[in-house]
Design a protein around this ligand. Structure first.
Ligand code: CUK
Ligand code: CUA
Ligand code: CA
Length: 645
C-alpha cells in the first residue's frame, strides 16, 4: 500500500493523486446525479425554497442528510432498499433473495454459500437436479429490525421470502445479507415479525399455505389433512427454535412488548383451497400464541419432531395451552402491536372495521377467566378494505384502507370509549392516497419509541401520477407528514415492484462501518483457504495449480489502480477460483473483478475479500478488469487470463 492510502484518506483525495484535477470532473458529476434519484430534481434555489414550504419540511436540500433511514421491502424483486427520509432518496439496495449484477450477489462463492447453506437437504437435492445451488428469486414482504427491550438495537434486519419459504438476515453494520434459512414443514412464509422483549430473540414467521406433513405425495387431494404452521426461529443463530401446528392458515403476525405473546391473522379458517371456499365463512380468526407455554413443552420434550424441528399441536381441536383462537369477521389481514404496549390492532380487510385487542385481556383469557371474544375491546368502523395499521406514539392509529384509497387516522382511546357506549367519534381524519394503499408505517412506530413524524403509504397503483413507462407502471410510495394535527401529503415516490412494507428508523439507531474488517466472518473461508495454500490473504498474490484435480486458485490483491497480477495462465478444463482482496484502506474505495465472457463480476469493498469459481474452457486471451470506478486510471485497472488449449 502506498504512503498516501492511509486510513482516513478520502476517496476524493485518492482520485486526485497523480492525476490532473480535470480528470475528477466525471466523478463530481456522478455524485451529483446520485443525489437526485428519488428526491425530485429541483431547478434553482427559488423552486427549492418554495417546494420546501409546500413539503412541510420534507425537502432535504443538496448536501444535507436525512433524519431517518427507511428499510423497504423490494417485494418480488427479492431485495431490500434503503432510503433516506424525509427526502425519499434511495441510498442503496441490499440484495437478499435475488441475483445482483453490481455486487455479484449470487455469483460469488461467499454469497452462494450464504444463499444455499440454510436450505433443507430435499431442496438442495432438488436444486442440484436443476443445475443450481440456490433459488434465483424471492418475494420479500416484511422487513423488521432487531430489538432490545422494545427499541431498535441496530444489529440486524430480517425479511421473509414468500416464494421459496425462506427468511433472511441482514447485518446492519455492513448492510449485507449474512444468513438465509429455509423454514421446514412450512409453505410460503408470509407474515414475519420479531420478538420485541427482552430482545430478538425469536423471528416469528407464518406459513401462509397449508400442506400435508410431510409433504411427500401423501394426502394431496385431501385438504382437510393439510396442516398450517407457525414458526419461531432463533434470530441469533438463525436456526429453527420450534413450530406450532395451527388450524386455518396464517397471513400476518406480530408480537407484544412483554415477550409473552405472538399473534397471527387467518383468512382461511375454512381451510379451503379456492377463493370461494376461503371466503365462505362469515368469520375467521386470529391465533394468539403463548410463548412460555410453548417453550416449556419444548424444554420438557413434549413435542413431535418433524424434519428436525420440535413441533407442538396448537390446533383448535387440540384445546392446548399453546394457542387461543379469537373469532374475527371474515378475512382479516394484518395484526399490528401498538407502541403503548397495551393494544394490538387487527385490520378487517373484508370487514370495514378494525379490532382493538388488549394484551392484558389475553392474560385473562389464558388464565381461563374470560371468553375468547372478550379480548376485543373495540371495533371501530374505519372504511372499506382496512389492511394495515401504524401509530404515532400519541395514542393515534393510522389504518391503510385499500378500497377507499385512504389513510384513516383514528384515536385508540376514543374507539374504546365508543365501544363502551360513549358518544365519541374516534375518526380524526381521512386522507386520500394514490392509489389503493397496501402497507403503511410511521417513523419508529414498530417500537416503543414511536415518534409520530412521518408516515409512508405504499400504494399499489400510481395510475396518472407519473409519466407512462408502458404496461408495467411504477407503484407509488407516498410520504405523509403526521407531526401536526392534520396529515399532509408531501411526496410521491415511484417504485419498482413491489414494496409491500417498510420501516422508518431514526438515524441514531443505524451505524454501519466505513471499511470492512479484514477478519470479518464473511471472509473466514478465504483466510482458511489461503492458509492452506501457505499464503496470507491480502498480502500475497499467487497462482496455485493442482495437476491432479485441475483446480487453480488465483490470489489477487488490489491497490488502486492496479491488480497485483496483470496476467496469469490456466489450462483449458481447469476449475479456476479467483480470490480478490482489496488492500486499499480508503472510505468508499470499492474495486471489482469482472472476467470478460466468464460470468464473473463482483464487488470488493475496502479491506474485503471475495471469490468466484468457473471452468476455464475457452482457450484464448480473456481480460479481467475492475468494473468499479475507483481511480482516474480505473479504466487501466486490468489484466489478462491466458487459457491454454
Ligand atoms: S402484505 Cu402486501 S399489502 Cu405481504 Cu404485508 Cu398487506
Ligand atoms: Cu479498481 Cu476500478
Ligand atoms: Ca375466510
Amino acid at each position: 500500500m502506498s504512503e498516501e492510502c492511509k486510513l482516513g484518506m478520502t476517496r476524493r483525495d485518492l482520485l486526485g493523486t497523480g492525476i490532473k484535477v480535470a480528470a475528477v470532473g466525471g466523478l463530481a458529476g456522478m455524485t451529483g446525479r446520485a443525489a437526485v434519484v428519488g428526491g425530485g430534481a429541483l431547478a434553482g434555489a427559488a423552486a427549492l425554497s418554495q417546494s420546501a414550504e409546500a413539503a412541510g419540511g420534507a425537502d432535504v436540500p443538496p448536501g444535507q442528510l436525512d433524519e431517518y433511514y427507511g428499510f423497504w421491502s423490494g417485494g418480488q424483486s427479492g431485495e431490500v432498499r434503503v432510503l433516506g427520509l424525509p427526502s425519499m432518496r434511495e441510498l442503496t439496495r441490499i440484495p437478499v433473495f435475488n441475483r445482483e449484477s453490481a455486487t455479484g450477489w449470487g455469483l460469488t462463492n461467499e454469497s452462494k454459500k450464504i444463499l444455499s447453506e440454510g436450505l433443507t437437504p430435499e431442496t438442495k437435492a432438488f436444486l442440484k437436479k436443476q443445475g443450481m445451488v440456490t433459488y434465483d428469486h424471492g418475494d420479500s414482504h416484511h422487513p423488521r429490525m432487531s430489538y432490545t427491550d422494545g427499541a431498535y438495537d441496530g444489529r440486524y434486519l430480517y425479511i421473509n421470502d414468500k416464494s421459496n419459504t425462506r427468511i433472511a438476515r441482514i447485518r446492519i453494520d455492513i448492510m449485507k445479507t449474512d444468513k438465509v434459512l429455509e423454514i421446514p414443514n412450512a409453505h410460503a412464509i408470509h407474515g414475519l415479525r420479531l420478538q420485541r422483549y427482552p430482545k430478538t430473540g425469536y423471528v416469528f414467521c407464518n406459513s401462509e399455505m397449508r400442506i400435508p406433513l410431510p409433504n411427500d405425495g401423501r394426502d394431496m387431494k385431501d385438504p382437510k389433512k393439510y396442516v398450517g404452521i407457525f414458526s419461531a426461529v432463533d434470530g441469533e443463530t438463525m436456526k429453527m427454535a420450534w413450530q406450532v401446528k395451527i388450524s386455518g392458515n396464517l397471513d400476518n403476525c406480530d408480537a407484544d412488548y412483554q415477550g409473552k405473546y405472538a399473534i397471527s391473522t387467518c383468512y382461511n379458517s375454512e381451510e379451503g383451497v379456492t377463493t370461494a371456499e376461503m371466503t365462505a365463512a362469515p368469520a375467521d380468526h386470529v391465533v394468539i400464541f403463548n410463548i412460555k407455554a410453548i417453550e416449556e413443552a419444548v424444554k420438557a420434550g413434549k413435542v413431535e419432531t418433524i424434519a428436525g424441528v420440535p413441533v407442538v399441536d396448537g390446533r383448535k381441536e387440540a384445546k392446548s395451552q399453546f394457542t387461543r383462537y379469537i373469532p374475527i369477521a371474515s378475512n382479516p389481514h394484518d395484526a399490528n402491536a401498538a407502541p403503548d404496549g397495551k393494544h394490538v390492532i387487527v385490520s378487517g380487510k373484508l370487514s370495514p372495521t378494525v379490532y382493538v385487542i388488549a394484551w392484558e385481556k389475553v392474560d385473562e383469557l389464558f388464565a381461563g377467566k374470560i371468553a375468547e371474544k372478550e379480548v376485543i375491546i373495540a371495533n371501530p368502523e374505519i372504511g372499506l378494505g382496512p389492511l394495515h395499521t401504524t401509530f404515532d406514539g400519541r395514542g393515534n392509529a393510522y389504518t391503510s384502507v385499500f378500497l377507499d384509497s385512504q389513510i384513516v387516522k383514528w384515536n385508540i382511546e376514543d374507539a374504546i370509549k365508543q365501544a363502551k357506549g360513549e358518544k365519541v367519534n374516534p375518526i380524526r381524519q381521512k386522507l386520500d392516497v394514490h392509489y389503493q394503499v397496501g402497507h403503511t408505517n410511521a417513523s419508529m412506530a414498530e417500537t416503543k419509541e414511536a415518534d409520530g413524524k412521518w408516515l409512508v403509504a405504499l400504494c399499489k397503483f400510481s395510475k396518472d401520477r407519473f409519466l407512462n413507462v408502458g404496461p408495467l407502471k411504477p407503484e407509488n410510495d407516498q410520504l405523509i407528514d403526521i407531526s401536526g394535527d392534520e396529515m399532509k401529503l408531501v411526496h410521491d415516490g415511484p417504485t419498482f415492484p413491489e414494496p409491500h412494507d417498510a420501516i422508518i428508523v431514526h438515524k441514531s439507531k443505524v451505524n454501519p462501518i466505513e471499511i470492512y474488517k479484514p477478519n470479518d466472518p464473511m471472509f473466514a473461508d478465504l483466510h482458511a483457504l489461503a492458509k492452506k495454500d501457505g499464503i496470507t490473504l491480502g498480502k500475497d498474490s499467487k497462482v496455485i495449480r493442482d495437476e491432479k484435480t485441475k483446480q487453480v486458485r488465483v490470489y489477487l490483491v488490489t491497490h488502486a489502480p492496479t491488480f497485483s497480477l496483470t496476467e496469469f495462465s490456466v489450462k483449458q478444463g481447469d476449475e479456476v477460483t479467483i480470490i480478490v482482496t482489496n488492500a486499499d484502506e480508503v472510505v468508499d474505495l470499492t474495486h471489482g473483478l469482472t472476467v470478460v465472457g466468464h460470468n464473473v463480476c463482483f464487488e470488493v469493498g475496502p479491506q474485503a475479500s471475495a471469490s468466484a469459481t468457473f471452468k476455464a474452457d475457452r482457450p484464448g486471451v480473456w481480460y479481467y478488469y475492475c468494473q468499479w470506478f475507483c481511480h482516474a486510471l480505473h479504466m487501466e485497472m486490468q489484466g489478462r487470463m491466458f487459457v491454454e488449449a
